[in-house]
Write a protein that binds this ligand. Structure first.
Ligand SMILES: [Zn+2]
Length: 497
């Protein structure tokens, strides 16, 4: 029997707002000391009143607009009741039946809804003895009340690869929008796939009662990387297939991904949804989203990855793969565009179109391989760069017109990287490549006079001798010329001889 995996995603995203969701405590995920960013509101002291964070609501509206969702005209917060030590109030303020965003889609996957809630505190399980006390679980409330966006998809995914791609594209969009760093390792983007298998009819067909029926759902938690998301879904598809093939039933449950053992393990049987006894949050009245001016937020949206892929290919003649290199690294893309605007020739048309294309290609290569290599080597980021975009553009132009050879350019780039020097100043100090014919001709003639044997060999048809002659000329010019130009001059000179 063949089975079709059907996967839906629940994704939680920590928003990087200045303050927490319902109080003015700092929202600082990097706070090293526990219980520093706390107050009566996020510690749930009796009588403390929550005030919704405007920035967080605007962030969710922006995500909704970027994903083509509908902003709910009226929305409200609800209490989701459950008991757990990381939840000081005994309930989480979330959104139940009137979420901020309805619908939308990403990579062909339909979105069900996006809503806003608050994060829980962090539990730290201490396995060793502290000060002679028994092993204990400690609670750090720094994270309690941090704005958390929850995005729920329709069950439109059918493979581990689709899950990983969806998550990566969402991460990119969140970063472009500047609403979250969405770092999975830090728990800022948490993906919970629910996976079920349904039978696919073979040539004998399915029994009537099985047609179009989805199998039992299993939800997977504790996924903290794209690789883990991929592996967990793959594992779960395989596990459920084996259960069904043994003639057993898949149990409706939550399973945790064990990244060391590379398997999912049973957690607890899934509680029923109505256990949460949702009811409207009495301290925050329902509100109209119009007060957040969604139209203005929409106009102010930045260019998004899909638009950028398209524009980079059209505007700069990039391949899809080249465009992707820049799209996945927004800092690099910004640097490229700043540098590109400083290239010598702006004309799209003749006579400079060819030079411009050449400079664009060189700029791309020197940025994404050489300069990126230097960044990786030194552990620096684009923000640390001493190289100015206009200087890299100038280097690309010098290369395109043959004033600088690639070996020399690489040395120059290294120096620009270390000191921030202008390539013009480096050239003034080191000398630029000689490509002017009248300056080169005496050197060519000198070499011909000094190397009668190589000249004779070349005339007798030995092509390799030309390499030698060009090499000798380059040596006299201390490497600062263009081998192609030299070769042309030698060929012309030896023809008329
Ligand atoms: Zn607080």
């Amino acid at each position: 029997m063949d089975y079709l995996p059907t996967i839906g995603l629940e994704i939680h995203v920590e928003l990087k707002t200045t303050t927490k969701m319902f109080c003015d405590c700092p929202n600082n995920p990097d706070e090293p000391l526990p219980n520093q960013n706390v107050c009566p509101v996020c510690l749930a002291h009796p009588g403390a009143l929550p005030v919704p964070n405007r920035e967080a609501i605007e962030d969710v509206i922006k995500v909704g607009l970027a994903l083509g969702g509908k902003i709910n005209p009226t929305t409200k917060f609800d209490r989701k009741n459950y008991f757990y030590p990381d939840l000081p109030k005994g309930y989480q303020i979330s959104q139940y039946d009137q979420p901020l965003v309805l619908g939308g889609a990403l990579l062909g996957v339909r979105l069900h809804r996006i809503h806003l809630e608050e994060d829980t505190a962090r539990l730290v399980h201490q396995s060793s003895m502290i000060n002679d006390h028994s092993p204990a679980s400690l609670v750090d409330f720094n994270r309690a009340g941090v704005p958390l966006m929850e995005l729920v998809t329709e069950p439109d995914l059918h493979s581990a690869e689709a899950v990983a791609n969806f998550a990566k594209e969402l991460q990119l969009i969140l970063r472009y929008l500047g609403v979250s760093d969405a770092d999975m390792e830090k728990g800022q983007l948490r993906i919970e796939p629910n996976i079920s298998l349904s039978e696919i009819a073979d040539e004998r067909g399915l029994d009537a009662d099985k047609r179009g029926k989805l199998g039992t759902k299993v939800e997977v938690k504790n996924i903290n990387s794209f690789r883990a998301a991929f592996s967990a879904v793959e594992y779960e598809i395989k596990r459920q297939t084996e259960v069904l093939e043994r003639g057993e039933k898949v149990v409706h449950e939550n399973r945790g991904w064990d990244d060391d053992k590379k398997k999912t393990v049973s957690q607890r049987s899934k509680e029923e949804a109505h256990d949460y006894r949702y009811f409207p949050e009495p301290d925050i009245p329902p509100f109209e989203t119009e007060i957040f001016s969604p139209e203005e937020l929409k106009t102010a949206l930045p260019e998004l990855p899909a638009e950028l892929r398209d524009r980079f290919q059209k505007e700069y003649g990039f391949t899809a793969a080249q465009a992707e290199v820049l799209v996945t690294e927004p800092d690099l893309a910004k640097f490229y565009e700043q540098a590109e605007s400083e290239l010598k020739y702006r004309e799209q048309d003749e006579p400079h179109a060819e030079h411009r294309r050449k400079s664009q290609a060189l700029l791309f290569n020197y940025l994404t391989s050489d300069l990126k290599g230097l960044l990786n080597e030194t552990g620096k980021t684009v923000a640390d760069l001493k190289v100015q975009p206009e200087h890299l553009a100038h280097l690309a132009d010098l290369l395109a017109e043959g004033s600088v050879m690639s070996r020399q350019a690489k040395d120059m780039l290294r120096r620009m990287f270390d000191t921030g020097d202008d390539p013009e100043d480096i050239l003034a100090a080191e000398g630029r490549a000689v490509t002017d014919e009248s300056a080169l001709l005496p050197v060519i003639k000198e070499v011909i006079a000094e190397q009668p044997k190589a000249v004779g060999d070349y005339k007798a048809g030995k092509e390799a001798s030309m390499q030698f002659l060009v090499g000798m000329a380059m040596k006299k010019l201390q490497g600062k010329s263009n081998p192609e130009v030299l070769r042309g001059l030698f060929v012309a000179e030896l023809k008329t001889d």
